[in-house]
Design a protein around this ligand. Structure first.
Ligand code: NDP
Length: 246
């Protein structure tokens, strides 16, 4: 039996990058997986088709994490499609990187709405339906603990909100047997942070292992945290950054 057999997962932002790798890994482990996207309808459909060809169940829904009603609706659609929700992976995130003086209020609100408020509301909606053994896993960033250069102030601020959120929620949901954990990636080769961009070498210099990680590296950890084997881990942050913050 696969280790996530009979489980239902919701992954926010699953059409590309880390989220897509998580969607595929959880489905391969046996879960039925719902995932959200905003612009990537074609990519999302291709993932659903790829999984379906392997006999794996998934559903893609357009839902903007910046919209509170869409956050709640994604949870409701998950339950409507597959009858329950056992695993929530708060993955959708955005980064506006620029000189501090140049940020606009709109950029501030957009970043915080997706990276912090969306996580809060989606988790709240999911927790109402979760039973013992369920999992809430949030993708933060190693930049919540250490910012190694300029232009990351707003992004780091939005991700550091997740540190206390994760601790508090583990206290709220622990008595119900639900674990709550934060995964903090370092540089991962995706559209958000391509390993061949002009900013990549500066990041690479900080990585003990010398190379960017992959979405699959993050998905492997999320899969473990989703499984029964991780049942005594809660309220903690696991940094997976190739040694960037060491
Ligand atoms: P990408 O930008 O490569 O992919 C983001 C995914 O989220 C896409 O599927 C995108 O789909 C979706 N998405 C974006 N905005 C929204 C939204 N408002 N509502 C719903 N879905 C949305 O990012 P990564 O894969 O690199 O990042 C995933 C997570 O990992 C983020 O939280 C990020 O902050 C974090 N992270 C990434 C690191 C890296 O180096 N890559 C390092 C540390 C943390 P669509 O375009 O269809 O909306």
């Amino acid at each position: 039996m696969k280790r996530l057999e009979n489980k239902v997962a919701l992954v926010t932002g699953g059409s590309r990058g880390i989220g897509a790798a998580i969607v595929k890994r959880l489905a391969e482990e046996g879960a039925a997986v719902v995932f959200t996207y905003t612009k990537g309808a074609e990519k999302a459909a291709a993932i659903v088709a790829e999984l379906s060809n392997k006999g794996l169940r998934s559903l893609a829904i357009a839902a903007d994490s910046a919209d509170p009603a869409a956050n709640t609706s994604a949870v409701e659609q998950t339950i409507k499609a597959f009858g329950r929700i056992d695993i929530l992976v708060n993955n959708a995130g955005v980064a506006v990187l620029k000189p501090f003086e140049d940020y606009t209020v709109e950029e501030y609100n957009w970043t915080m709405d997706i990276n912090a408020r969306g996580v809060f509301i989606t988790s709240q909606a999911a927790a109402k339906h979760m039973g013992k053994g369920s999992r809430i896993i949030t993708i933060g960033s190693c930049m919540a603990d250490r910012v190694s250069g300029p232009y990351g102030t707003l992004y780091a601020m939005s991700k550091s909100a997740l540190t206390a959120f994760n601790k508090g929620l583990s206290r709220d949901l622990g008595p119900r047997g639900i674990t709550v954990n934060l995964v903090q990636p370092g540089p991962i080769d995706t559209d958000m942070n391509p390993a061949n961009s002009e900013h990549a070498d500066a990041q690479r210099k900080n990585i003990s292992l010398g190379e960017y990680g992959t979405g699959e590296d993050i998905a492997a950890l999320v899969s473990f945290l989703s499984s029964a084997e991780s049942g005594y881990i809660t309220g903690t942050a696991i940094t997976i950054d190739g040694g960037t913050n060491s």
